[in-house]
Design a binder for this molecule. Structure first.
Ligand SMILES: Nc1ncnc2c1ncn2[C@@H]1O[C@H](COP(=O)(O)OP(=O)(O)OP(=O)(O)O)[C@@H](O)[C@H]1O
Ligand SMILES: [Mg+2]
Length: 387
């Protein structure tokens, strides 16, 4: 399983820059990294300076990027559901208005749930060591994180309705008619529960808020912190971006005669109380606080490296990467260790594994080299021994 590092925050505070800089840094340290964005505004493209589509695209050594189009998957799901209903319940229950379904499903974050589902697939894979998730502005992400509950309620409502109808119409309705529908719903509920569990696993998931030293920035950050806490998520880092550095006394003295310096000093002074507030907030909540200066250039394209080093080398972000797969070998055997959180749903095959109904096949099965494989589950995942 890969590690997931997620950045959330209000619009325009630097989420895409911080995400891309993070992906760039860890890819340079030898971790195969995928930068994922759900933002329809293509901000990843802007920061990286290259086009990105919904297939993972090679950017540089160990660095890949992709966009997730969650509306497409959400539509597929609704169609699946609709056809399940057409074939069963609505046939026997003319009173059921298909519009009702659409209405029930129109809760905030429905689309984003499917982005998270795709994210779950990526995270449970071993193709990457690290998945960096650049989210759309706060509102959407918050919705996505609570949407599993909303979707669950929606699905349970349908299941309950189905049970009621079956209760009334047992004489007429054939059990088989509803089987497919129930399967779609139950699988989805299972997946959502798994998603909630994985997202709250601190060993694998690091959640960070990006913000700026202004009143609106602080208030939004405070709201997000409280929300995530209530939802049971641990926040690892709050990154306060766009800080005007404290220049030395001699520079600030120029403010009396130089309007550019005066302007900068005014901004610097205006930011100070908020930086203090961030400090109080994060130390109270045991969150790592990281400040990043406003740079005299746009940190993107070839300039992203400077931002990346500033953030990760000089500022002490709280995060430990790891490899999703380790290979050791001696004269007789090759041992491949995969890391997973303990799960009864993990199944091992000679050529791959499945976890929670999601199947993964190894790219180059080692037994093709004439070696026999022995596989076993361990405390921290799974071991495949080839000899
Ligand atoms: N520390 C910084 N110094 C100078 N410019 C910065 C800094 N951080 C970000 N920027 C610039 O600010 C702009 C907004 O940054 P970015 O696109 O990363 O924000 P965002 O939070 O992803 O925005 P959105 O919510 O629209 O997705 C970009 O032009 C970026 O280059
Ligand atoms: Mg962005």
């Amino acid at each position: 399983m890969a590690k997931l590092i997620l950045f959330t925050g209000k619009g325009g505070v630097g989420k895409s820059t911080v995400s891309a800089a993070t992906a760039l840094y860890w890819s340079q340290q030898g971790y195969k990294t995928l930068l994922v964005s759900t933002d329809p505004a293509h901000s990843t493209e802007d920061v990286l300076g290259v086009p990105v589509g919904h297939e993972a695209k090679y950017i540089a050594e160990n660095l890949y990027a992709k966009n997730i189009h969650s509306e497409i998957r959400a539509k597929e799901f609704m169609n699946e559901l609709q056809s399940g209903l057409d074939n069963s319940v609505s046939k026997w229950f003319p009173g059921l208005d298909p519009e009702l379904l659409t209405e029930w499903a129109a809760f905030p974050g429905m689309d984003e749930v499917f982005a998270l589902e795709e994210l779950l697939y990526l995270v449970q894979g071993i193709e990457y060591d690290l998945i960096v998730f650049d989210t759309a502005p706060t509102g959407h992400t918050l919705k996505a994180l609570t949407a599993p509950d909303a979707l669950n309620t929606f699905l349970l409502r349908i299941l309950r309705m189905k049970a009621k109808i079956e209760g009334i119409k047992t004489m007429f309705i054939k059990k088989n008619d509803t089987k497919k529908l129930v399967k779609v719903l139950e699988q989805t509920i299972d997946k959502i529960n798994r998603l909630k569990e994985v997202l709250r696993n601190e060993l694998y998931v690091t959640i960070n808020i990006v913000s700026i030293p202004t009143e609106a920035g602080y208030q939004e950050c405070l709201k997000t912190c409280n929300f995530l806490k209530v939802q049971g998520f641990k926040i690892h880092n709050v990154i306060v971006n766009n800080i005007i550095p404290s220049f030395d006394e001699d520079t600030w003295k120029l403010a009396t005669s130089n309007k550019a310096v005066a302007l900068l000093k005014m901004q610097h002074d205006a930011q100070m109380p908020y930086i203090q507030q961030y400090d109080t907030l994060t130390s109270g909540e045991n969150i790592n606080l990281v400040g990043v200066s406003k740079l005299p250039f746009e940190p993107r394209g070839s300039q992203l490296n400077a931002f990346s080093r500033l953030l990760w080398k000089e500022r002490g972000m709280a995060f430990t990467p790891s490899k999703s797969m380790l290979i050791e070998s001696d004269d007789e055997s090759v041992i491949m260790r995969l890391s997973f959180p303990p799960s009864k749903d993990l199944e091992l095959f000679d050529d791959g594994y499945s976890i929670f109904g999601m199947k993964y096949t190894f790219e180059k099965p080692l037994e093709s080299d004439g070696l026999k494989v022995r596989k076993s589950k361990t405390q921290s995942g799974a071991t495949y021994t080839y000899r």
